[in-house]
Design a protein around this ligand. Sequence first.
Ligand SMILES: N[C@@H](CCC(=O)N[C@@H](CS)C(=O)NCC(=O)O)C(=O)O
Length: 227
Amino acid sequence: MAKDMTLLWGSGSPPCWRVMIMLEEKQLQNCDKKLLSFDKMEHKSQEVLDINPRGQLPSFKHGNIIVNESYGACFYLESQFKNQGTKLVPDDTAQQALMYQRMFEGLTFYDKVGAVIYYEYYVPEGERLESAMKRNKETLATELKLWEGYLEKLGSGSYMAGPSFTLADVVIFPTVGNLFRFGLSAQRYPKLGAYYAQVKDRPSVQASWPPHWLENPKGDEETLKDV
Ligand SMILES: N[C@@H](CCC(=O)N[C@@H](CS)C(=O)NCC(=O)O)C(=O)O
């Protein structure tokens, strides 16, 4: 089924993790997946650049079709393998609308998480400011309260867009996984904590768990402890 399908990916990258979960949900485990190292700058290798001129991961190819953007790859796979594996777009109009709404808000969510957890990666040492980090953390706290409210409104045991696991969970769970890896308090954010606990054991999520997290189960828990 996953004939002539290639995914170049990096461990821990939320955009890569989205596509990894998607492949599992769609029973496309035999996709040819190649783990590359950001530390070794393999995302700028010719192999990646041949598929993705941005030199970014994920880079995804199916036959002659290239869809590198993680959201694009997820939509593409759902549409191409609609009747295979988990159905990830609900038929119910209101649930579908909420799924789209949350998916795209998920990009804003990810940006705000990234502005804190990847601050040192993106901002060179001499340009880092404590005031900027403080502001980014405050902005993230405001964002997190919004998601707490969304989950609260849906009720306990809900997924991101209602009673079923959808594309919204595929794209947002990796962001939530990173939050807890970097030390977010499940006591301060109980709804996100419960969502994380509920989804982390899903087989597609377990099968795609970042390998370097398995090797080193404790992340940098200081980063978000005061958010
Ligand atoms: N919009 C892209 C973002 C991909 C992305 O930012 N990938 C990061 C890893 S998380 C990357 O390859 N960064 C290296 C670089 O930009 O040079 C997507 O959603 O697929």
